[in-house]
Design a binder for this molecule. Sequence first.
Ligand code: NAP
Length: 314
Amino acid sequence: MVEKNFDCIILGAGPAGLSSALYAARSGLKVALIDTSAIGGAPSNYCEIENYLGFKKIQGYELCERFENHIDDFKVEKFPYEEIQNIDLISPIKKVTTLNCVFSAKTLIIATGAKNKKLGIKGEIENIGHGVSYCAVCDGAFYKDKTVSVIGGGNSALEEALYLTKFAKVVYLIHRRDTFRADSIIQKRVFENKKIKLVLNSTPQEILSNEKVCGIKIRNSLTNEINTINCEGVFPYIGLKPNVEMFNAQLRQDENGFIITDVTMKTSADGVYAVGDVRNTPLRQVITAVSDGAIAGVEASKYLMNEQEKLVNT
Ligand code: NAP
């Protein structure tokens, strides 16, 4: 097995990981940027980003490409599509074992992000790829002139519903309450869009299919009435779940599994930091992920300097 030594390992190459890499590398650290998938992270699949300061409107993939181009000027070794087998966060030397390599470093930054939560209803998992999708940008074009349902009342659901109107003839937006938590600017656009039909106070019960999705059964929470909406696609956007399974509870997490950090992004393990959507943060945005990464990159460098001083003084 090949062994590779670094000053800092960054797990996850989305905006938080890329920003951590930039700041750690600019502080002079030898950085490994590891991802189980491509470089760029979740925003590569977002339609348009309108709230990243300095860019009134930019495609998600374009912003991520710019982030990657920026770190390419520095000493960052990129390892996309790694299959991670084991992670030791507790020993003084942190180790990440992949199929072909053992990566080691005294500091490690977790930027593994979060994934879409599942509804957990009949017909959901069985129909992934047959009408159930968690990525409107990837699959929206398959629904040209068709009818789709989007579930949820947050920014993701409303933004993706708007995106789907580019293709679908009708987009049902199914939400369990009668008020939305999405930003008001997005709500206004949804209310003004004639293709979006609001289905409020309604909870999904079952996704119906006949080889492919053909409808969704919903229950009205005020009347208990069960109704079926005929549609060819269902896009659940009901919140996020942190990507933490690989850490086997080595770190302190909150009740929803998000990693707890202090203001310096430090976790409960020495030399380990968490940034972006995976940590318990009050705001999950590209701009806050990037800000977390800047703090963690610099803190990792300070930590290594302190460790060095301790060695010199003993
Ligand atoms: P979210 O804000 O947590 O919203 C999840 C929505 O799903 C809520 O409306 C919730 O209903 C509903 N829900 C939860 N569980 C449900 C269930 N079992 N059945 C039916 N409905 C359910 O999640 P999100 O929209 O994915 O956003 C995640 C984070 O990313 C947020 O911080 C968001 O602001 C951020 N984000 C930002 C942008 C942007 O700024 N452009 C874009 C996308 C996401 P209740 O409202 O009743 O709880």
